[in-house]
Design a binder for this molecule. Structure first.
Ligand SMILES: [Zn+2]
Length: 207
């Protein structure tokens, strides 16, 4: 039973490579049904005075991608920013800068996922209320994706490629729009990585 949390000292000894390894190991525990048992009451008690998370994950809102669970992480372990289609915007960039520069996280992960409804809607150029505006953020990935087949959500391999491109382009824009994160990455203080979660297997694959 895990009662430990990441405290300031523990966080300061972590490096981006180790944090990435731990998240991927956590994902393996998740897919192999070997997840840590946690004493959440104890973790709540120990984190009430502050937080020193090891990573920030930018994920889709999809209910099939419960981020802490798929990486087998507990209370106080990771920050999670979520928006349909897992793209960055000013507020999310600010959240990531807070996570890394202020709160000491060592890893930024952009996590797309298989069968993403937001990506599918962007592929189909859906227009509906505020969704129209949201989908504009995914359009560059749709435009950047080549296919010999149909350019719509009916084409599974096209959708899968747009999911990947959307993660890659989000990472490029994070570096472009956040001099803080770019500098931290250059100094080796953080790593910025992308992954895709399979809703079929529960596995995260790094890009
Ligand atoms: Zn999604």
């Amino acid at each position: 039973m895990i009662t430990e949390i990441i405290d300031k000292e523990k966080q300061s000894k972590l490096n981006p490579e180790e944090v990435l390894k731990e998240l991927m190991a956590g994902n393996q525990r998740f897919t192999q049904a070997k997840m840590h048992e946690r004493d959440y009451s104890s973790q709540i008690e120990k984190t009430k005075g502050g937080q020193w998370p090891q990573a920030v994950v930018l994920s889709c809102i999809d209910s099939r991608v419960p981020v802490e669970t798929v990486f087998d992480q507990g209370v106080g372990d990771i920050f999670v920013a979520r928006v349909a289609g897992n793209f960055e915007n000013t507020d999310i960039l600010g959240s990531m800068e807070y996570s890394c520069k202020v709160a000491g996280s060592k890893l930024v992960m952009v996590l797309g996922h298989e069968g993403c409804g937001a990506v599918k809607a962007a592929c189909d150029h859906v227009e509906l209320g505020n969704i129209t505006h949201l989908l504009k953020n995914i359009e560059p990935a749709v435009e950047a994706t080549k296919t010999d087949g149909e350019r719509s959500s009916k084409n599974d391999s096209f959708v899968a490629d747009v999911v990947e491109n959307n993660v890659k382009l989000s990472i490029e824009r994070i570096r472009e729009k956040s001099p803080i994160l770019k500098e931290m990455e250059k100094n080796g203080e953080i790593k910025i990585v992308g992954g895709v979660y399979s809703i079929t297997t529960g596995k995260v694959t790094l890009l």
